[in-house]
Ligand binder design. Structure first.
Ligand SMILES: [Zn+2]
Ligand SMILES: [Zn+2]
Length: 327
């Protein structure tokens, strides 16, 4: 099968011809139809997330068709369409798994990081971590739901019932989260790279009532802020824009260092927290909600062999919405 392979951090992916993987017990072999490109892929390729499996097939927003089942695999039938997310395996016995927090599992394994992912024609996944995908979505359209959607949704949940919601970094996750927030009747304020009027227009088209530079103040104080851009200096900016008792949630897996800031902007019971990974419960909840809420995704497709171009466009901020690799 054709695959795009990471052989060492900091190097471009290389096209490779690999033997077709075989499904093990409780695994399914999946013909990949579409795989969205996540910022986390960029962190793995650039070496900001350390110790990936090497060589590695990246990609953890996979939509494909089950073509073979391993021993004991019975959740899906041959021909079923499934989605494969970042959470690829958990131990089920650690204190986190036993308390409904499998996203924090001590021995968790992640797709496109410790497990070969979807930048390939075929992939193998543990069926217990795969999900059925609603018929209302095409393959390309559904792919960004698998991480930008799922982890974005978990990030939004951590904001509680905040009405005035600030979103910093208006990429793949934000463009989905903004729609969910609007569906829930919240007000959305979008912050982009300074001068990125294209992203600001995009945010307004998805229901943001205000969009501006991340260096500017919103027209009114926020009840909560979500940060999707991997930029540490946004943390004090978001705290300063957030009301007493409000929450700032960091939704990414990696961020540049957070500069020191006066205690005064955290005081008055503001909460600063991060979100890590997803639980299967998050996925079930979000994948049921998305079609009912009419969530659409904006995608730019690239052929599989142009994965490096997709990563480059994501790195430079040239993309609107989500990049998706197709065969
Ligand atoms: Zn565990
Ligand atoms: Zn991701």
């Amino acid at each position: 099968m054709h695959a795009q392979l990471l052989t060492a951090a900091g190097r471009p992916l290389v096209a490779a011809e690999l033997p077709a993987p075989r499904p093990g017990p409780q695994q399914v072999l999946i013909e990949v139809r579409a795989c969205a490109v996540c910022r986390t892929d960029l962190h793995v390729v650039d070496g900001e997330l350390t110790d990936p499996k090497l060589p590695l097939v990246p990609g953890h927003e996979i939509i494909g068709t089950v073509v073979e089942k391993g021993e004991g695999a019975g959740r899906f039938a041959i021909g079923d369409r499934v989605g494969v997310p970042w959470l690829g395996w958990t131990c089920g016995v650690c204190e986190f798994c036993r308390s409904g927090r499998e996203n924090l599992c001590d021995r968790a394994r992640f797709t496109g990081y410790q497990i070969d992912g979807g930048y390939a024609e075929l992939t193998v996944a543990d069926e217990r971590y795969c999900f059925a995908i609603d018929r209302r979505y095409g393959d390309v359209e559904a792919a960004p739901l698998m991480c930008a959607g799922l982890i974005g949704y978990r990030t939004l949940r951590m904001a509680g019932d905040a009405q005035c919601l600030g979103i910093y970094g208006f990429g793949a996750a934000a463009h989905i989260v903004a729609q969910v927030a609007r569906h829930q009747g919240r007000r959305v304020f979008a912050f982009t790279r300074p001068g990125d009027t294209g992203a600001q227009d995009f945010a307004r088209s998805l229901g943001a009532e205000w969009a501006g530079d991340s260096t500017s103040s919103p027209p009114e104080p926020l009840d909560a802020a979500l940060i999707f851009a991997p930029v540490g200096s946004l943390v004090p900016a978001a705290l300063a824009a957030t009301k007493k008792g409000g929450t700032v949630v960091c939704g990414g897996i990696h961020m540049s260092d957070i500069p020191s800031f006066p205690y005064q902007i955290l005081w008055e019971e503001r909460v600063l927290r991060s979100v890590a990974n997803l639980t299967r419960h998050d996925a079930e909840e979000f994948l049921a909600l998305a079609p009912e809420a009419g969530i659409r995704t904006e995608t730019v497709t690239y052929p599989l062999d142009r994965a490096n171009a997709a990563l480059g466009d994501l790195r430079s901020g040239a993309l609107q919405g989500a990049a998706v690799l197709v065969r």
